[in-house]
Design a protein around this ligand. Structure first.
Ligand code: PNW
Length: 514
């Protein structure tokens, strides 16, 4: 197996060179490339990763509070988000940074248990609502549009005890919460995102142990989660569509993590396609395809494996005909978080490379990243910009060219203000995105992850994704612009990608009009 993969990796790497530079090698790479008119720029964060104030002013416990307090060292540095960036108190500085960057919008998420401490609509926490009102109003003062994610992983702990996303009642619970958010903030918020990255919620949190609540019930729980989460998303979409759209005229969609899977060899083309379907087709297909429902390959493979393994029915739950219709088309845009890629080969050996049953065993594939792919501080985050182009083109082709907002893209370091690696990553990915736009992909916005360093989930504060560095030793969590912040600012200001721009990083200013 090893020599085989090595040989094919080498062959593929040679062909990648032509993929990655196809635009550049024909003399077409422009030193300065302009973005289409109306193209928007923002940065993103998430509530648990930045807010802190975990138990202040009536907020109740969520699954990340619970997990990090019960079992601190599941996090690499045994840290937690109790204080994090203290954005609950420092939000005016956050908005000042958005103004420095000249952002058109800022993507952040709401903490369900801060707004609804019982998890349900019987009690609205006024202090929590006031925090979000203050943040939104401060942004709007400077014409920065809020883009609000309803769910970025911090489920109220009580709902987890009731089964969380594995309990179908969550469709109603999430719908009730969404309606309250639309009611409270819909007059000022025009961009809504229902869910952030169902894949990470379900596979990592329910199938494995790499996100809260670490259920580790693979091959079963991640599929229950996927179905309920999609119906819950659709519920929020229809509530907005029917009760608020005419009133407020906003737009609402779902954010998915897309990762490209490239065949290791020609023989693995179907394996790579299967992996793409299992990893993200499971969420894109039900919402964006013409037919709706889970991808056919998943339905077939999981039903067959389940039967052979002695299960009474497929471990992949079925949507009813009514649910298929309810979920199909339930998104005005595709929010795409894009970071990295993998190579894939087929593995149908009776000696499965994976636990049985499991999501990875079900697809009969193995994925990996070659050792010579360059990467950031995060083990999984390799810089593979050509894969961004391929993913955007596949989404254009397979799903009738939906409106795409890049709702996250970014790179990790271990810290420091001179982040040339991050700058190179961002420039290469944006270049690939511009190639896709030139070739017809309907990408309308780009969001850098992240505005500032924050609690990077299981990696705690060991991996830094910020355009601004955060000093976790200082009580006010001092934020300082990295070199990448200056580069990003210039890109927004000039509405162009300039490969040769070298910023003066001595003073960060707020330009006129911001
Ligand atoms: C995203 N992958 O997670 C999340 O939305 C953020 O909260 C997080 O901080 C950020 O990316 C950086 O990790 C991802 O394996 C986790 O491709 C894993 C992947 C992608 C996104």
């Amino acid at each position: 197996m090893v020599p085989y993969s090595v040989i094919f990796t080498l062959i593929l790497l040679t062909s990648y060179v032509s993929v990655s530079t196809s635009k550049a090698s024909d003399g077409m790479r422009h030193d300065v490339r302009h973005f289409p008119d109306g193209f928007l720029f923002g940065t993103a964060t998430a509530s648990y990763q930045i807010e802190g104030a975990w138990n202040e002013d009536g907020k109740s416990e969520n699954i990340w509070d619970h997990m990090t307090h019960e079992n601190p060292c599941v996090i690499d540095d045994c840290s937690n988000g109790d204080i994090a960036d203290d954005s609950y108190h420092q939000y005016k500085r956050d908005v000042e940074m958005m103004r420095e960057l000249g952002l058109h919008y800022y993507r952040f998420s709401l903490s369900w248990s801060r707004i609804l401490p019982t998890s349900f609509p019987d009690k609205i926490n006024e202090a929590g609502v006031a925090y979000y009102n203050n943040l939104i109003n401060e942004m709007l003062k400077y014409n920065i549009e809020p883009m609000v994610t309803l769910y970025h992983w911090d489920l109220p702990q009580k709902l987890q005890e009731l089964g969380g996303w594995a309990n179908p009642h969550i469709v109603d619970w999430f719908g009730d919460y969404a309606r309250i958010a639309f009611e409270l903030f819909g007059d000022r918020v025009k961009y809504w995102i229902t869910m952030n990255e169902p894949r990470e919620v379900c596979y990592q949190g329910y199938g494995y142990t790499t996100k809260a609540p670490r259920l580790n019930i693979h091959g079963i729980a991640e599929y229950m989660c996927a179905k309920n989460l999609l119906v819950a998303h659709a519920k929020a979409y229809h509530i907005y569509d029917e009760e608020y759209r005419a009133l407020y005229g906003g737009t609402i969609g779902i954010t998915l993590s897309i990762t490209w899977h490239e065949p290791e060899s020609e023989d693995d083309a179907q394996a790579a396609e299967d992996e793409n379907q299992f990893e993200w087709g499971i969420y894109v297909h039900p919402v964006f395809s013409v037919t709706g429902d889970f991808p056919p390959v998943m339905k077939e493979k999981i039903a067959a494996k389940s039967a052979a393994q002695g299960f009474a029915r497929s471990r992949l739950p079925e949507f009813t005909a009514e649910e298929i219709e309810y979920v199909r088309g339930s998104s005005d845009f595709l929010g795409m978080n894009y970071y990295t890629a993998y190579l894939v080969y087929r593995n149908e050996s009776v000696y499965s490379a994976h636990a049985v049953p499991s999501f990875y065993d079900d697809m009969d594939c193995v994925r990996y990243q070659p050792a010579n792919w360059e990467g950031g501080a995060s083990k999984w985050l390799k810089k593979v910009s050509w894969s961004f182009y391929k993913s955007l083109m596949k989404i254009k082709e397979d799903y009738n060219n939906p409106i795409v907002y890049i709702t996250e893209n970014g790179y990790s370091t271990t810290g420091g203000l001179d982040d040339d690696d991050r700058i190179l990553y961002i420039r290469e990915y944006i270049d690939a995105m511009l190639d896709a736009i030139e070739d017809g992909a309907n990408v309308q916005a780009y969001t850098a992850w992240s505005l500032m360093d924050n609690f990077e989930w299981m990696q705690g504060y060991t991996e830094r994704f910020g355009l601004y560095e955060v000093d976790y030793q200082s009580p006010e969590r001092t934020r300082t612009p990295r070199k990448s912040a200056f580069i990003f600012k210039e890109m927004v200001r000039s509405h162009a990608l300039d490969w040769h721009y070298e910023p003066d990083t001595t003073v960060m200013t707020i330009d006129e009009g911001h």
